[in-house]
Write a protein that binds this ligand. Structure first.
Ligand SMILES: NC(=O)c1ccc[n+]([C@@H]2O[C@H](COP(=O)([O-])OP(=O)(O)OC[C@H]3O[C@@H](n4cnc5c(N)ncnc54)[C@H](O)[C@@H]3O)[C@@H](O)[C@H]2O)c1
Length: 298
């Protein structure tokens, strides 16, 4: 595999493009939004410069990485020579089904179609294509150039050949791929999201405040970041969407999102991306006033 196309140039798409390009692959980065493509190149450049400052990358390697990336707004042109396509567009089922229908039509017949979805069924995505054996989940973690894990998700019809290719390719990116089956939340989010939801319930029920909950998990469990801060980084809207997928997919109320999370998302408090969630990010980072107000919020 040599030519890789990434669909979507947001948080994840730019990190995935950066990683493939750094390892010498020719990357086509496609987004419907031309401004998003511009922002992606700026972000990749900044992140490469950070690697240079840390002494893990040379100036030449930075220039080669950037030269390996070409941007496109037209899907058909962007995918026609791809050996592998990694879709990292907005987490919306109808949008992804439309993209995969188009990919099936425009991509080479032997191209592998992967999705970076956090929660949408790979089997359902594969069902709108005529190459279910070549459709797979390739779930990178944020920030992609730094995080080692790739959760490789086998849909119901994904072949051994496709799975092996994606596992081997992930290793060539210096990642550690882990193969899992396609059930709601896969492994990462099936375990992470109930923990985050329980942390929100702990706050909602007044057991402890935001920083107390995060401190318990950081110092007591050696987590690098508390679950409430992590939820802010992921996006509270994204956490809610994944919990809804788990709740509906398993039909088990243990996954039902905490009403406080639902309220915060409805109030536009989505975490870092909106400037406020469990913490306020508008001027540095400080604990936000989360309603209902508990002693530690005052
Ligand atoms: N953010 C995370 O921490 C994280 C982690 C793992 C997986 N994911 C998954 O990665 C995917 C992308 O998430 P993100 O956080 O990068 O989102 P994002 O909102 O930052 O970026 C999505 C990009 O997709 C583009 N887009 C929308 N429709 C498109 C189309 N039809 N064709 C091409 N581009 C299109 C948008 O313009 C936008 O630039 C989602 O499926 C998400 O669940 C996110």
């Amino acid at each position: 595999m040599k030519n890789i196309t990434i669909i979507g140039s947001g948080t994840m798409g730019n990190g995935i493009a950066h990683t493939f390009a750094q390892f010498g692959y020719q990357v086509n980065l496609v987004d419907v939004n031309i401004d998003a493509l511009g922002r992606a190149i700026t972000t990749i450049t900044k992140n490469l410069e950070r690697q240079i400052a840390k002494g893990t990358l040379t100036e030449d390697a930075k220039n080669l990485t950037l030269a390996n990336i070409t941007t496109f707004t037209d899907l058909q042109t962007g995918v026609e020579n791809a050996d592998l396509i990694v879709e990292a567009a907005t987490e919306n089922i109808n949008l992804k089904l439309k993209i995969f229908k188009d990919l099936d039509q425009f991509a080479k017949p032997d191209a592998i179609l992967a999705s970076n979805t956090s929660s949408i069924s790979i089997t359902q995505i594969a069902s709108v294509t005529n190459r279910g054996d070549k459709v797979i989940g390739m779930h990178f973690m944020n920030p992609v150039p730094v995080m080692k894990l790739v959760e490789v998700i086998r849909g119901y019809a994904t072949s051994d050949e496709t799975t092996n290719s994606v596992m081997e390719l992930s290793k060539k990116l210096a990642k550690s791929p882990v193969e899992v089956n396609d059930y709601p939340g896969f492994v990462a989010n099936r375990i992470l999201m109930p923990m985050i939801n329980e942390a929100i319930y702990t706050l909602y029920e007044g057991v402890a405040g935001v920083s107390e909950i995060d401190t318990v998990m950081k110092l007591g469990m050696a987590h690098p970041m508390g679950p409430l801060q992590l939820a802010d980084f992921i996006g509270l809207d994204v956490c809610l969407a994944i919990l809804n997928v788990l709740n509906q997919g398993f039909g088990n109320p243990k996954y039902a999102p905490c009403p406080l999370l639902v309220n915060m998302v409805m109030a536009g408090k989505k975490g870092v991306k909106s400037g406020e969630g469990f913490y306020d990010y508008t001027n540095g980072i400080k604990e936000a006033i989360v309603a209902p107000k508990f002693a530690s919020n005052h």
